[in-house]
Ligand binder design. Structure first.
Ligand code: PBG
Length: 326
């Protein structure tokens, strides 16, 4: 076996999978202005961006060959309410950013999360009843409206990350009804109730609320990490409801799920290397356990090998830079 590993050129020729900057999606954390801190606890190297910084970072991503960015807003407590009013406001931070990005970088794909967690005081992805239940069908109408608001602002892809049942159909119907036939739906189809979302919730200011909520975790709607067949049922439903692309999340601890989804459905399958995965790799690298870039690239290659077509990663810029240097 070692004959085919003897030099870099032969290793390249026999490589079964490749990782390119065109496989990467860069998530961006948005802030209104510099009155909101840029640093995010545990996400060394990732910052919340003002509108100007967002445009500059998007331009950098595009020039490194990254095809798309995904947007996540920091929302002040004062702007949150139980009906998630701001989510439907065409002048909210995300919608303004989409318009600015599409004007400045028309060839860069823009992906927007559809979920209510940034916009209510409890940090849940759906509406919450007085007894703490996360309401499914009542939430669907809002999600459809939110998706429509984002599509109207110019989002290329809407990405429901809420895990309510039936949301893809509700969103697809709303988009079709309003003539948005080309807006793509990237469904967070197999999204697990994972502890690895911790740093993200700090980044978007939704964690404190979740801690105090009647339901302090998302286990009544996100998937049980013990399950794998259930992921296939989730993906089958979302495809039947009109999803164009599906996502598995988190990535590294769920490579088996990526593999099963890809093998079963042969549809575009994205993976989300989430905040906690980035934090683990980054802090171990900072502590001297291994070189950062190599660890990042290896983790992303593993996702490609498992079957991911594209990967959302907070390390997209670093990875693209490292790939262009080799
Ligand atoms: C919100 C959402 C979450 C993430 C993406 N969209 C958090 C959650 O479901 O609580 C997590 C991303 C990450 O951890 O990097 N619907």
């Amino acid at each position: 076996m070692r004959r085919l590993r003897s030099e870099p050129w032969i290793r390249q020729l026999v490589a079964e999978h490749s990782l390119n900057s065109s496989d990467l999606i860069l998530p961006l954390f948005l802030r209104e202005d510099s009155s909101v801190a840029s640093e995010i606890p545990n996400l060394d190297g990732v910052t919340r961006l003002t509108p100007d910084q967002t445009l500059a970072t998007a331009t950098q991503a595009e020039s490194l060959g990254i095809p798309a960015v995904a947007l996540f807003p920091w929302v002040a407590e004062a702007d949150k309410d139980t009906n998630c009013t701001l989510a439907l406001n065409p002048d909210n931070l995300v919608c303004r950013t989409v318009r600015a990005l599409k004007q400045a970088n028309p060839n860069l794909g823009v992906i927007c999360d559809v979920a209510l967690d940034p916009y209510n005081a409890h940090g849940h992805d759906g509406l919450v009843s007085a007894d703490g239940t996360i309401l499914n069908d009542e939430t669907l109408a809002l999600l459809a409206q939110q998706a429509l608001t984002l599509a109207e602002a110019g989002a290329d892809i809407v990405a429901p990350s809420d895990m309510m049942d039936g949301r893809v159909l509700a969103i697809r119907s709303a988009l079709e009804g309003a003539g948005h036939k080309d807006t793509k739906i990237l469904s967070y189809a197999a999204k697990y109730a994972s502890v690895f979302y911790g740093p993200f919730r700090e980044a978007v200011n939704s964690q404190g609320n979740l801690k105090g909520a009647l339901q302090s975790d998302k286990r009544t709607y996100q998937m049980n990490p013990a399950n794998s067949d259930e992921a296939l049922r989730e993906v089958a439903l979302d495809l039947a409801e009109g999803a164009d692309l599906v996502m598995v999340k988190p990535c590294g601890p769920y490579l088996d799920i990526i593999h099963r989804v890809k093998e079963t459905f042969r549809v575009p399958t994205f993976a989300y290397q989430v905040s906690g995965e980035y934090a683990m790799l980054r802090s171990a690298a900072n502590a001297g356990a291994f070189p950062w870039q190599s660890a990042l690239l290896e983790s992303l290659r593993a996702a490609k090998r498992a079957g991911a077509d594209a990967i959302l990663t907070y390390g997209a810029l670093d990875a693209a830079q490292a790939l262009s240097a080799t």
